[in-house]
Design a protein around this ligand. Structure first.
Ligand code: FE
Ligand code: FE
Ligand code: FE
Length: 197
């Protein structure tokens, strides 16, 4: 058994999230390209940049621990990204796909929130205060991203529902357009009574 102590487990968990982050970095540009909402695209691009910083933080964590970061594949992130790729095959580009990709991305964020919550707590328990600080910073970024996506979903959902509705017949023909003209054209001869007999 390679993992015997809590410290071993801690390092294993860190390797897992390291793998998850690196997979996410490869996937985000594809996801950003596949969405239509400019707001959503911006959110994904921002988080891609943030994620690169998160990997740097993890590099620093491994440096402090004097351990190698590589050597593990996060199968969960792999699966989540496969589900994201399915969306691209099953839903054509547009507002409904945006809804599906927000769902897929939030699943990724929730996984990360769980993972960073665990390693941040373990770091504190193990007395690794500097490491805990780095991990909490990332944890907060993941939570903020999740909230931002929930915010973006409000307008995206509305758009997608509107786009999903069958087209309504336009019955609002302009009424009363000629009224003014008719009035003006009508000759009024009220007081001429008796003039012609
Ligand atoms: Fe991340
Ligand atoms: Fe994992
Ligand atoms: Fe994230």
């Amino acid at each position: 058994m390679a993992i015997q102590t809590v410290k071993d487990l801690f390092i294993d968990e860190l390797k897992d999230i390291y793998s998850a982050e690196r997979q996410a970095i490869r996937a985000y540009p594809k996801l950003a390209k596949a969405v239509s909402s400019p707001e959503l695209k911006e959110a994904l691009q921002t988080h891609l940049e943030e994620t690169k910083g998160q990997v740097e933080r993890l590099d620093r964590v491994f440096e402090i621990l004097e351990k190698r970061a590589s050597g593990k594949t996060c199968e969960a992130m792999k699966g989540l990204l496969e589900e994201g790729a399915e969306v691209l095959e099953e839903v054509e580009q547009g507002s409904v796909r945006d809804v599906a990709l927000i769902a897929a991305t939030q699943r990724m964020e929730h996984y990360e929130i769980a993972a960073y919550g665990t390693v941040a707590t373990l770091a504190k328990a193990l007395g690794e205060i500097e490491i805990a600080g780095l991990l909490v910073q990332t944890l907060e970024e993941e939570k903020t991203t999740d909230k931002k996506l929930t915010g973006v979903s409000k307008s995206v959902n509305k758009q997608a529902i509107a786009d999903s509705e069958p087209e309504e017949e336009e019955e609002e023909e302009e009424e009363g357009a000629g009224e003014e003209g008719e009035d003006a054209a009508e000759p009024v001869q009220v007081s001429k009574r008796g003039g012609k007999r």
